[in-house]
Design a protein around this ligand. Sequence first.
Ligand code: GLN
Length: 453
Amino acid sequence: AYLEQIDALEPSLHAYRRVTPELALAQAAAVDDARRAGQALGPLAGVPVALKDIFVTEGVETTSGSAILAGWIPPYQGAHARRLAEAGAVLLGKLTMDEFGMGSANENTPFEPVHNPWALSHVAGGSSGGSAAAVAARSCALALGSDTGGSIRQPASLCNLVGLKPTYGRVSRHGMIAFASSLDQAGPMAREVGDAALALGVLAGADPLDATSLDAPVPDYLAAVDQGARGGLDGAKIGVHRGALELEGLDADVRARFEASLTRLEDAGARVVDIELPHFEHAVATYYVLATAEASSNLARYDGVRYGHRSAADSLRQTYEATRHDGFGPEVKRRILLGTFVLRAESYADYYGRAMKVRTLIARDYARAFERCDLIASPTAPIPSWPLGAKIDDPLALYLLDMFTIGANLAGLPAISIPAGFTSAAPRLPIGVQLIGPRLAEPALLGAAAAHE
Ligand code: GLN
């Protein structure tokens, strides 16, 4: 049924980079055999899932949305595809994304950009836009995205989904193609909070192949969802940094839906308290220095020798140059240039070093705020979806849209985006609300999201 849905919708949606029907049917048959034989089934037995194309899949082309990786067929299985398969999930295919995760609209790609199922002329968000569109359109039951600066939460909010970015290290990064390694984290995108909890339970846990993965015990996330849905939020304190809502550019509908969500959380027993995040305004600048610096280092491996595309030329040096010239898109080139600039010996202290210090201040802001509240609420994105092509020539405007999401990445904190209603005028577009928690507070986030649901 899902493969038929994909066939029917893909011509207008473009959420899939590649569909893997043979693999899906073989995995489904194996689950069915196990069921018939009376074997124990995994928690995702028979659930049709799809992966953002940033996740390495053995034997299935993996491009991270880039022409430079076109044709690369990984010789190994990444942690995410492996854990999902072990849990019985069925892989339907790989989903479109902004090149290397760099973008907010899925338009930074040499391939066809994804369209928003709620309004086909509009963007689905990014960089995990294919994941969001596929789940929202029921072209898969569940998808994984990656979140370096909001790429799970922002498309989830633009497509009316639940999107969870776990605590840094909660989920392995092994087999997730690196963008900015100190910020990257994988997580689920789902239509309901319970689905996200189920998937997180499968993905979370230590991995000897990722030295930054945490070996904290994995709690029962589904129990947290049940508890939130049943018992509400008795006494939980939800912090709001009001100053962030006064910044320029917050859409009136987004603000109204955010206030309505606060009321909803209060109705479920929470108390809303004011908090301050004094360095909030510096998060975007800090992120775009650090993320580009790390990206310029991570992307140095695409040299035309080791992976994917090669533009052969007369010398090795010319081969590097031609490969990168042809293989990387304009946004990726812009970020590599920015990243190498901030890391130059002459500018390191002024840019990279200073951004690292501000990152520490931002993390400290959150730690102080959590002395006064249990979770922090904000809009997920300052505006709802916009027409395809409308912002493609204004990268700075797109960077500013990340203001609410990147703090959680800089501080390594878990954060969730949950559906909060729709815009008041046509086209009715989804709006999301974000909750951020202290380190490893995924159960509290999922519980609050379930109480809100
Ligand atoms: N908008 C962010 C960026 O372009 C999204 C990054 C991400 O989370 N992958 O960097």
